[in-house]
Design a protein around this ligand. Structure first.
Ligand SMILES: Nc1ncnc2c1ncn2[C@@H]1O[C@H](COP(=O)(O)OP(=O)(O)OP(=O)(O)O)[C@@H](O)[C@H]1O
Length: 693
């Protein structure tokens, strides 16, 4: 209120003996105008002065000049500015969507300014970076020496310079992951960090890593493991300096080793715990992924007292309950230190398993985070957070490590140390959309990323909405992408040609629906000569598990799948991915092709494209930052030899499908009859019971 009492506008005037109101306001206006003029003059004088100081540096754009001026400011002012920035960072947590949007707009403006700056920067610098990129692209050429014609040659160098810039220069708060530009397996090896060079890992874990054949950490692991370990350097109960640790978001390519990047530091941090409580919770979108992560956790927890429990609905609810808590000696005890779960089953346990407690949760790991954000409508996260801050019955509220839901930072909120909850987010296609990220309630998130959003070229005619920044992702370094122009009727012959003639194996093939996957499976099976299996929600979890296992063990040459196997699944030795149906979304493409070229290995990805799909697909992939999808033509004469048998198989296929449908109808009919008769029996027995009464 004091601000409103400043008498500046009234000046010397006195209410009693001054001029009338009208003349006073005129005088006031004149005075203000005079002041404004004076300020303007002063400002232009300062600018002139700084121009003369920076003689010979005329090319420095306005923003840089401003920065230089600021450099000349005193230390005290700088400190004030830093404090302001930190404050801004802290308040980010409570930002509204609107604030996020306005910041987003501001960021876009800044990006534009940066681009302008880059244009005017010295040619020497540009030459240097072109040199580096040339080296990288040469390595890539070695990898794909048998490539057919390169459709993307026009955009190559400039785009690669741009990509390189994106890889090495992250926006504020982003830590670039080294060695992210695609440069083939050789380039990948250069960025490995010896395991022993990362401090804070106990001898047991080091031994385990060695046993598992891991001598070096991948770049993402070398960056993220120390960051997580640093946040627990004062133990699990308080963050560094008593402050809540920053949440961590990691966006790194498929197959770059994100799983170990959280498994190792979490196991290391929890190995110091005394009492067993659930202190780490990993949430994954599917049962298969949860199983995979649980396996890695269990492998590294082996030999310690840590217990890993999986709750995905694979076992009965009662069996899962029994693995989570036990009742002994008049009290309930947690049987798990680390829980790996799918969101639906987790919420069921939060609500229905008495004494399943998340009140000691220290790490919440959200893998495939962008997909998990999309499933946020199930409100699983808010239920987890509620369970974390739920007050314990009979708990001592005065306990020094009490837990209260974090709110705005005030002197009072900082007076008591808080047992922190730290969120760790991982994805190959992590969204940088602030509105989406806001749903996760992140605390001063620290982002580890090799690429970041970039505005699409405004003059690009095929970009429909220029207001939305095009998200760019990093592709595995050993991946070579191709597209194969084809017609609808030739697609099945193409996949057979890949396996029977070109001898590609093992091949993971994606369709856009489970019906398409099943039909193609039947067709290849009837054609013969290829060991084939399918993977989709048509199959039971156990059947799916068997398909994956057989494929991994080399019993299956071709696995035909829906997008159920597109994300996160780590199948060793997949040499080739085929997009039998072109994916509709770029994220789907990134994850599908990411099933090959994992862990620095080389791999091939082919996308079958109908004429009508070509333009949009290539544009979509190029906009997302792919180094280029090359055209691979399969000549019609190469397919001729298989056509006769194929036509015959098509007839057989129709019959098989008809039979399957008839069986299904019969099965449904029988099921329906048995339910009806069960109901009849129930109602009759009810009637008898009623009559007896
Ligand atoms: N340091 C390492 N040295 C050798 N192999 C490793 C290392 N780290 C991870 N791997 C292997 O690399 C493969 C890919 O790892 P992981 O599944 O964690 O990748 P990811 O980044 O999570 O991929 P996606 O985004 O597809 O889920 C796994 O088979 C894993 O065993």
């Amino acid at each position: 209120m004091a601000l409103f009492l400043i008498n500046r506008y009234l000046g010397d005037e006195n209410d009693n003996d001054g001029p009338s109101n009208e003349s006073r306001s005129k005088a006031l206006l004149a005075k203000l105008q005079e002041k404004a003029r004076a300020r303007q003059q002063q400002k232009s004088a300062t600018e002139e002065e700084s121009k003369s100081q920076l003689s010979g540096e005329e090319v420095i754009p306005k923003k840089k000049r401003k920065l230089k001026d600021q450099d000349a400011l005193g230390q005290g002012q700088k400190r004030k500015k830093k404090e302001k920035l930190e404050h801004k960072d802290l308040s980010a947590e409570t930002d509204t969507g609107e604030n996020c949007l306005s910041r987003k707009k501001k960021k876009r403006k800044e990006t534009k300014t940066e681009e302008l700056e880059a244009e005017t920067s010295s040619s020497e610098e540009v030459e240097k970076s072109v040199g580096t990129v040339k080296k990288n692209s040469e390595q890539q050429r070695v990898l794909a020496s048998d490539k057919p014609q390169d459709l993307d040659s026009e955009e190559s160098e400039e785009d690669e310079v741009e990509r390189e810039k994106n890889c090495t220069k992250g926006p504020d708060g982003f830590t670039p992951v080294a060695g992210s530009a695609r440069c083939g397996p050789e380039g990948y090896k250069k960025n490995l960090v010896p395991v022993v060079d990362i401090p804070g890992i106990c001898p047991r874990l080091l031994k385990k890593l060695e046993t598992n054949g891991i001598k070096h950490f991948f770049p993402v692991q070398a960056e993220v493991i120390p960051a997580i370990l640093e946040s627990v350097c004062h133990g699990l109960l308080v963050g560094r300096g008593g402050y809540r640790p920053r949440d961590i978001c990691v966006s790194a390519p498929t197959g770059s080793g994100k799983t170990l990047a959280f498994v190792i530091p979490v196991i290391q941090a929890l190995s110091q715990r005394v009492v067993r409580e659930v202190r780490a919770l990993a949430v994954l979108p599917t049962k298969e992924l949860a199983q995979q992560v649980c396996k890695v956790f269990s492998s590294y927890a082996e030999g310690s007292s840590l217990k890993v429990v999986m709750v995905t609905g694979q076992k009965s609810f009662a069996a899962e309950q029994a693995s989570l808590v036990e009742h002994s000696g008049g009290r309930n005890r947690s049987l798990a230190d680390i829980v790996v779960a799918t969101p639906g089953r987790l919420v069921d346990h939060i609500n229905k398993t008495a004494d399943f407690s998340l009140q000691h949760l220290r790490f919440l790991i959200i893998d495939e985070a962008d997909r998990m954000i999309d499933s946020m409508h199930q409100s699983w996260l808010s239920q987890v957070v509620k369970a974390v801050y739920r007050s314990r019955s009979g708990s001592n509220e005065a306990s020094i490590f009490r837990r209260t839901e974090p709110g705005p930072i005030t002197a009072t909120s900082l007076s008591q140390p808080q047992m922190p909850l730290q969120k760790l987010l991982f994805s190959a296609t992590l969204t940088q959309n602030p509105e989406k990220l806001q749903q996760l309630g992140l605390h001063q998130p620290r982002l580890f990323s090799s690429v970041h959003s970039r505005l699409p070229a405004t003059d690009s005619p095929s970009t429909p909405d220029t207001s939305q920044p095009q998200e760019r992702f990093n592709f595995p370094q050993g991946l070579t992408e191709y597209y194969v122009p084809c017609t609808l009727s030739k697609k099945p012959l193409l996949i057979l040609h890949f396996l029977l003639r070109l001898k590609f194996s093992p091949v993971l093939c994606f369709t856009n629906s489970r019906e398409a996957a099943h039909r193609l499976f039947l067709l290849v099976h009837l054609f013969g000569g290829v060991q084939v299996a399918e993977f989709s929600s048509r199959l039971s979890p156990n059947e799916r598990k068997k398909s994956l296992k057989d494929f991994e063990q080399g019993k299956i040459q071709l696995l035909i799948s829906t997008d159920a196997a597109a994300r996160g699944i780590d199948i060793k030795g997949v040499k080739c991915v085929v997009n039998y149906d072109a994916p509709q979304f770029i994220r789907t493409y990134v994850h599908r092709v990411g099933r090959t070229a994992r862990a620095g290995k080389a791999g091939l990805a082919f996308t079958f494209l109908l004429g009508i799909q070509e333009k949009n697909f290539l544009q979509m992939v190029r906009d997302a930052g792919s180094p280029g999808v090359q055209k691979q033509i399969v000549k019609p004469e190469n397919l001729k030899g298989m056509e006769g048998r194929y036509q015959q198989i098509l007839l057989e296929l129709e019959n098989v499908i008809k039979e399957e449908r008839a069986k299904k109808r019969k099965g449904l009919l029988l099921k329906d009859q048995s339910t009806r008769s069960q109901r009849r029996v129930a109602s009759e027995s009810g009637l008898v019971a009623w009559n007896r009464r």
